[in-house]
Design a protein around this ligand. Structure first.
Ligand SMILES: [Cu+2]
Length: 473
């Protein structure tokens, strides 16, 4: 375990990156909880405006139709990288100072239902079981979606544990080639976040839920961090694997980016090169996990559990957290054992491989938990949440593997589920939803359904100096 290298390479690439590309002022994506309430409010305002203008329908339609070409295939990472960049650009059309935040769910991995992200003034929580699982709180309450069928934005929690930052670090470390990292992450914890939130998030229409973009920014960061962990810049050119949807053809960086007319895979391999220009601010959970694992690597492990808790508390910016508020069971990290079959089918995932990847992660957890006095930062986070009255999301206790109450889409598209078709009061069709929003003041301007948006937006990419969040206020 050579975690100290991570930092060295991170520093190194920070120094050489500006020399290689013209990306001098990257948009810095921050962990959602590091935003002030004012910044969160401002972000929510722009997200609501993107919705009001009908752009969410376009994005979701793109994701829905791209479905089988961009899931369970090597293009998964690059395609979603461009897709969430498109979203970030739309947000910046509304408010040029914004960047896309990410949700570091590794911090919440012990019991995500305690996560602040589901609070009323963050992203809102579970849907209402008595009302079609429509979102009932938060800034996006009341959203009516047009894709695929008209429905309210839905969430149906079925919470499971996610993976802690130390598990992801190990997965990144153990992955020597792109295809390994890609499969290990898409197969497992990426899926768990989608299925455990449920509703729109558990289907091909997942971009309907604004939390999709925060989740996928995190997924993108996991790839980016792995790229930074490589020697020099080599991993920023690396792309490989086989495409099971195209007769197991071997992929290459010069392949076209699916559904984007003018882009190739290689155009999006480097977030700070080519037409992309963004970066991620590091978060406390990962930093803490790196530090902790380094202590074991250097044979200077903490001498007691209290000492470990103290180190992590400090890293997370909390006063000393008493982990005794948790039962031994609650302190145990679990990684799950597989995805529901319907998820694997929808995403071209081989269920045997998926299962193997869960087993690997469970080995990692087993090995780490044998280290003397080891604690996951996620355990300390849960202890903090419990002792500081964080509200637990209702209806969270999942029994695992419950499919969403949605029907399989019939002939039209076989790659996705469609939502409940029970009409939502006051709404009869998708086009009327769009009309309603337009009537409420939306411009009705739609983004191009596909194709290279970056050309027209590249000026924004390079001219906006978004480094300083504060000077906007
Ligand atoms: Cu997707």
């Amino acid at each position: 375990m050579k975690f100290h290298l991570t930092n060295v390479f991170l520093l190194l690439s920070l120094i050489i990156a500006p020399v290689l590309g013209k990306c001098k002022h990257p948009d810095v994506r921050r962990e959602f909880r590091n935003l002030s309430s004012k910044e969160r409010h401002r972000y929510a305002k722009a997200v609501n405006e993107v919705y009001r203008r009908g752009w969410v329908d376009n994005l979701t339609q793109n994701h829905f139709t791209s479905g089988r070409h961009v899931h369970g295939v090597p293009a998964f990472f690059p395609w979603h990288r461009q897709f969430i960049r498109d979203y970030e650009s739309l947000l910046q059309k509304i408010d040029p100072g914004l960047t896309l935040p990410y949700w570091d769910w590794t911090l919440d991995s012990c019991d995500p239902s305690y996560s602040k992200i589901f609070n009323d003034d963050y992203m809102g929580g579970n849907g209402d079981p008595n009302s079609n699982y429509c979102l009932q709180d938060g800034p996006y309450k009341g959203w009516q979606m047009g894709i695929v069928d008209p429905h309210c934005l839905q969430r149906q929690f079925n919470m499971t544990q996610y993976w802690g930052p130390e598990v992801l670090l190990e997965v990144q470390n153990n992955s020597t080639v792109y295809s390994e990292l890609h499969n290990r992450i898409e197969d497992t914890v990426h899926a768990a976040v989608h299925t455990s939130i449920g509703g729109d998030m558990a289907q091909m229409i997942s971009p309907n839920d604004p939390i999709f973009f925060l989740h996928h920014a995190m997924v993108d960061k996991l790839w980016y961090d792995w790229q930074l962990m490589g020697k020099g810049r080599s991993r920023f050119r690396e792309y490989n694997g086989v495409d099971s949807t195209r007769n197991n053809v071997t992929v290459k960086p010069s392949d076209p980016l699916p559904e984007y007319q003018f882009l190739r895979i290689e155009d999006v391999l480097d977030p700070r090169g080519g037409h992309l220009c963004y970066d991620y601010e590091e978060n406390a959970a990962r930093r803490s996990a790196i530090k902790l694992l380094n202590l074991y690597e250097n044979n200077t492990p903490p001498r007691s559990l209290d000492e470990t808790a103290h180190i992590i508390s400090n890293d997370l910016g909390y006063p000393d957290v008493d982990i005794n508020v948790l039962s031994p069971e609650e302190r145990e990290m679990k990684v799950g054992s597989g995805n529901p079959d319907w998820w694997n089918r929808m995403n071209n995932l081989d269920s045997d491989r998926v299962h193997r990847h869960y087993l690997e992660a469970s080995d990692i957890v087993g090995r780490l938990s044998k280290l003397p006095n080891f604690l996951s930062p996620a355990v300390v986070q849960l202890a903090y949440a419990k002792s500081h009255g964080f509200e637990r999301q209702s209806g969270s206790a999942g029994s695992g593997g419950v499919p969403p109450p949605f029907q399989r889409a019939t002939p039209v598209v076989d790659s996705a589920f469609i939502p409940v078709t029970t009409p939502v009061p006051g709404q009869t069709s998708g086009s009327s939803a769009t009309r309603a929003r337009a009537a409420a003041g939306g411009s009705g301007v739609a983004t191009p359904a596909n194709g290279n948006r970056s050309d027209s937006w590249s000026d924004d990419f390079f001219n906006d100096d978004n480094d300083d969040f504060e000077d906007i206020f």
